[in-house]
Design a protein around this ligand. Structure first.
Ligand code: HEC
Length: 120
């Protein structure tokens, strides 16, 4: 890698960090960084309306979902055919067949790797 590409890389990394920091600030937590691409998907597909990283909202937090130990395919399927029986105390999530499978797989890859900071 030549030096100008390296510089470019560094700039991109820095931009990523700033975006990451900004999203942490707006979302109100600093423990887990949400990658920019994931942040965009969660925003675009309105998942954030009901799911936050570490906060119980209308739906369970991503951390709580991660702690259930779903497989990737189960995660994807659960967005198409949610089963509220698995989440006592929550309203049922509406099925979201419009979200592309490849986007859900990316979201799943990230969510399922979140380590619980504190169980909520
Ligand atoms: C209008 C609110 C709302 C939106 C928008 C929403 N969810 Fe949910 N979600 C819920 C609720 C409530 C639950 C718990 C009850 C249930 O599973 O039906 C849930 C549960 C889940 C679960 C747990 C499934 C399981 O089997 O344990 C996953 C995974 C999930 N949501 C992913 C997503 C993703 C990805 C998006 C965006 C594409 C999204 N949700 C958008 C409300 C929402």
């Amino acid at each position: 890698m030549n030096s100008s590409r390296l510089l470019m890389r560094l700039r991109l990394t820095r931009a990523g960090l700033i975006v990451g920091l900004m999203s942490c600030m707006t979302l109100g937590f600093g423990q887990t960084e949400i990658p920019k691409a994931i942040n965009e998907l969660l925003t675009k597909h309105t998942c954030y309306t009901c799911h936050k990283l570490d906060l119980k909202l209308i739906g369970p937090s991503w951390t709580a979902i991660s702690a259930k130990g779903l497989k990737k395919a189960e995660f994807v399927q659960s967005v198409y055919t949610p089963d509220a029986n698995k989440w006592p105390g929550y309203p049922p999530m509406m099925p979201m067949p419009q979200v592309p499978k490849k986007d859900l797989e990316k979201i799943a890859d990230w969510v399922l790797k979140i380590k619980p900071v504190a169980s909520k």
